[in-house]
Design a protein around this ligand. Structure first.
Ligand code: ADP
Ligand code: MG
Length: 270
């Protein structure tokens, strides 16, 4: 029995940019290049890298939304593309993803109540106690119950992201993949969402894959950090090692930018 909950084994993904003359795909972009990454149950793994480094592609591979051109994605030691029936459904329920922009990831035509109800129904968790479950979900993400009657458009970015988090929690997942979950939010709201995520992790014993281009945020949220650059993992280790003793030039450049940012903040605040 493997001790890993999720694994990417030698995963490569290419995006076809153009079609060739005879209709054949021309693979121009190598979004992931032979990536191997293992995630243990209960850990908080952070993935950092600049825009275009392949973070979202890896997130979608883990969530079963993109099939790698080569390599394997394993859930509890089994290739996700070999899972059938209840095993497949269990995997899809257990690994949930939260995207950057809640206003595009939530259905604009549906009230919050119906979005959550649909998810509960689809996973066989809607019953006589359904209304109570909705109330509990709202409480868990720190939203008032009357927000159940609203449409995403009526919500602030922070409220909408809380709804997206509630939708992910509704199916009682084991893993949350958080793909830049606060990057579209104001700084003060960002901090509140990070606190919420930290407390949810404890309450529900979740495993986190936390993705951001911002190494400060990743460090705050993660025990272990993986640095991605141009579709490859260039460095990984405990968060403190990565920050205090970066080995790869690219990681050093991320940290230099961070130090410059802090210096700038100090300068403008004094
Ligand atoms: N649907 C797509 N079609 C073509 N190229 C894509 C697509 N999605 C991503 N890419 C390219 O793949 C690379 C990795 O993208 P992505 O995984 O979104 O990186 P990140 O999340 O780190 O910004 C980038 O060069 C990006 O332009
Ligand atoms: Mg991305």
């Amino acid at each position: 029995m493997t001790r890993y909950l999720l694994e990417a084994l030698n995963v490569s993904v290419y995006y076809a940019l153009k079609r060739g003359l005879l209709g054949g795909a021309i693979y121009d972009v190598k979004a992931l290049d032979d990536v191997t990454l293992r995630i243990e149950e209960g850990e908080s793994l952070g993935i950092v890298g600049e825009s275009g480094s392949g973070k979202s592609t890896l997130a979608k591979c883990f969530a079963g939304l993109i099939k790698p051109a080569s390599g394997k994605i394993m859930y509890k030691g089994r290739d996700i593309y070999s899972l059938k029936g209840e095993d497949y459904r269990e995997y899809r329920r257990s690994v949930q993803i939260v995207f950057q922009n809640p206003h595009t990831s939530l259905n604009p035509m549906m009230r919050v109540r119906d979005t959550l109800k649909d998810v509960l129904k689809a996973s066989g968790k809607w019953g006589k106690d359904g209304e109570r479950k909705l109330a509990e979900l709202m409480k868990a993400v720190g939203l008032r119950e009357d927000i159940l009657n609203m449409y995403p458009m009526e919500l602030s970015g922070g409220q909408a992201q809380r709804v997206a988090i509630a939708r992910a929690l509704a199916v009682e997942p084991k893993v949350l993949i958080l793909d830049e979950p606060t990057s579209a939010l104001d700084v003060s709201v960002q901090a509140q969402i990070l606190e919420l995520l930290k407390s949810l992790k404890k309450t529900y014993g979740l495993t986190y894959v936390f993705i951001s281009h911002d190494i400060a945020v990743v460090r705050y949220m993660s025990d272990r950090i993986v640095v991605m650059h141009k579709g490859k993992i260039v460095e990984e280790g405990p968060s403190s090692d990565i920050i205090e003793n970066p080995k790869h030039e690219y990681t050093r450049s991320l940290i230099r930018d961070l130090i410059k940012l802090y210096a700038h903040i100090e300068e403008i605040s004094t």
